[in-house]
Ligand binder design. Sequence first.
Ligand code: FES
Length: 194
Amino acid sequence: MTTVVVNGDAREVVDEPVRSLLHVLREELGLTGAKYGCGEGACGACTVLVDGVAAKACVTPLADVSGRAVTTIEGLGNGGTLDAVQAAFLTERAFQCGYCTPGMVMAVSALLAGTASPTEDEIESGLDGNICRCGTNARILNAVRRAASGGPRAGFVATAPPDRDTPGMQLGQAAAAPWDLTRDDEALVDRLGD
Ligand code: FES
């Protein structure tokens, strides 16, 4: 057996160094927030933090994390309360199918832990290793800006009123045109409306 500190708890896991961290998390510890996507370090669905640094769990051997601190999406928040990054993703409705979301949230958590007020370039490079197949990228960027600033970035229109508590269910408040109406861009609205 070997020990990994997962979300603050020392966990004894079967010592098979060639096993991936993702396999251990999902199959042995029951932490299924980190997702299996590509299995080769390309999509970011499996992103977790190892000693506070974003890591692709699918290509991280168990041997590399023995005795180290691993944080998964289940380790964010506090007693059922979402942390700032999770809340920002929810408020901005920054997901469609949601499969990439845990990895996105963890990558953003790592980014903001190191750079509290990232530039646009830093945000994009911080998410370089994470792919959203649904194409929710504009909303994801808004969520990062919201999490970094504590509110929506100036010049951007929030996609939801602040008092909404059930995102996705307020159909009357949904975008009047396709998903990327996150900017106050009348020309884009006109083009999409044709
Ligand atoms: Fe790990 Fe795609 S499943 S990067």
